[in-house]
Write a protein that binds this ligand. Structure first.
Ligand code: PCA
Length: 122
């Protein structure tokens, strides 16, 4: 099992939420400061931002290994579109779990991409 922070089309109500079918919703969450979203058109990318003071909003999900492997493929890990890595949260998740939280960071150059701030609206 992996605790995954989703912030874009994978969120409840999002266009790709079906890829989380059968997984466990843990609750809403926000990253620590220092991260923001950019627009990639129909979907967002999470990137580091030294200017950010509020973090990115999203949801925590407990995801099993087969689903995670599927998501890695769907999110283009092998094409280096995103990379999955640990991210710190602003507030500890209410589950009392010390497990690290991972998310999909946008892995390509961000120059010229519109900045969206902390929230992708589904
Ligand atoms: N899907 C992943 C990364 C960006 C996207 O649209 C997510 O929702 O977290």
């Amino acid at each position: 099992m992996t605790t995954l922070f989703v912030y874009g089309t994978l969120k409840r109500g999002g266009s790709n939420h079906a890829h989380l079918a059968g997984q466990k919703f843990l609750g809403p969450a926000r990253t620590a400061a220092g991260y923001t979203l950019i627009s990639l058109g129909d979907y967002p990318g999470l990137v580091r931002s030294d200017d950010d003071r509020e973090g990115v909003t999203g949801e925590l999900w407990s995801v099993d290994d087969p689903c995670l492997a599927h998501l890695d493929e769907f999110e283009g890990i092998t094409e280096n579109l995103y990379r999955r890595a640990e991210i710190p949260l602003a507030t500890p998740c209410s589950l009392g779990s010390a497990a690290p939280v991972e998310t999909y960071f946008y892995a390509r150059p961000v120059a010229g991409r519109p900045h969206l701030g902390p929230t992708w609206s589904v």
